[in-house]
Design a protein around this ligand. Structure first.
Ligand SMILES: [Zn+2]
Length: 364
């Protein structure tokens, strides 16, 4: 620590005080507790002078600290720096100007950069995350209830390139739960409407729209071409479609994330990574059974029940996990695992599939 430096308290923290104990942080897991039971008032007053204007040397000179007080003050400032409670007053500006990539509109992403900084510890790393988002290429299959939210969130957060697959036209029955479409759009291709909306949400994203149904393995392989991650958010997918996407992911060596909602659950995951994790088919494996005809009938006629808040949660969580996976600003929670968020009681459950085998698709 250089005493000539100017520090300020971090704006991404909140603080609580009980007696002489101060809790600083933004959530329980990342909150740090400091006890000031044995700290003199002079030292506490000196800490209060950290304001982004005076250097530590200036504060020491003007606060009348004794030699012992100075070492305690410097020790506390050092502890604050280590715990992200204070930062260099110009750390963010320095980190921005040090980067080669200057095409990113940092003002637009200011709040999320603050969050990345809080998660990672420095603005330097936070800005790397934003630049990484700017270079990401993803594909979304299905721009219905869940997919609309995935598309919206990834665009708004500044993903560099989004390729979307959607073959439907906008219908009146979509308007209760598909955030991209309005009454003016009824009858128009969803891909066309989403293109207009996307450019307004994120002028910096390259959008590609493909208005077709994925029916063959060749179609599925095309989805994975030139992207780093595919998010499958089709509202009413069939097992055969999931298996097609699963196979194409492993043929093209490209990660695939599933998301949607089912009855009263948001279902987010699994994220499968060819060459590393088991595939969707193996993660969801059940012992084959000779099924009763009426069970087959129910499965064939199955139509997902949907309500807007469920889509919002599953789509937003899927986008969040995708961004965690792509940038590593936080740990992705759905790699080879499915998260069920139950809207009836707000319990979160992860799948507990005991089968651990691998099929021909995902065998190393
Ligand atoms: Zn497998």
């Amino acid at each position: 620590m250089n005493l000539g430096n100017v520090y300020r308290f971090s704006y991404t923290q909140s603080a609580m005080q009980e007696g002489n104990d101060v809790l600083i942080g933004s959530n329980l897991a990342r909150t740090v507790s400091f006890s000031f039971d044995l700290t003199s008032k002079t030292v506490i007053d000196a800490l209060s002078m950290i304001d982004g204007k005076a250097s530590l040397a200036d504060i020491i000179a003007s606060s009348g600290l004794s030699d012992d007080d100075v070492s305690e003050f410097v020790g506390l400032v050092s502890l604050f720096i280590d715990n992200n409670v204070v930062e260099l007053f110009d750390e963010k500006e320095k980190a921005k100007s040090a980067k080669q990539i200057q095409s990113v509109d940092y003002e637009r992403f200011d709040r999320q950069i603050n969050l990345f900084k809080h998660a990672l510890g420095s603005f330097d790393q936070a800005i790397d995350v934003q630049n990484r988002l700017d270079s990401c290429k993803v594909a979304i299959v299905g721009l219905g209830g869940c997919g609309s939210y995935v598309f919206y969130t990834l665009s708004a957060m500044g993903i560099g390139s989004i390729k979307s697959y959607e073959f439907d036209n906008v219908e009146r029955s979509n308007l209760s739960r598909q955030v991209l479409y309005t009454h003016d759009d009824i009858g128009r291709p969803k891909a066309e409407v989403a293109e207009e909306k996307g450019k307004k949400i994120s002028p910096t994203t390259d959008f590609i729209f493909v208005n077709k149904m994925i029916l063959s393995i060749e179609d599925a392989v095309d989805v994975f071409e030139d992207v780093e991650l595919v998010i499958c958010s089709a509202d009413n997918p069939r097992p055969a479609f999931f298996e097609l996407m699963n196979k194409a992911a492993y043929m093209t060596d490209t990660p695939l994330l599933y998301a949607g909602s089912s009855t009263t659950n948001a279902v987010v995951g699994p994220l499968v990574i060819p060459g590393s994790t088991r595939c969707y088919k193996c993660i969801n494996y059940v012992e084959p059974t000779e099924q009763f005809d009426f069970v087959k009938n129910i499965q064939r006629e199955y139509f997902t029940t949907l309500i807007d808040p469920y889509n919002a949660v599953s789509g937003s969580l899927a986008a969040l996990e995708a961004i965690k996976f792509l940038t590593e600003f936080d740990e992705c929670q759905i790699i080879e695992s499915t998260m069920f968020f139950d809207f009836s009681n707000y319990e979160v459950d992860k799948d507990s599939n005991v089968y651990s085998g691998r099929c021909a698709i995902c065998s190393p």
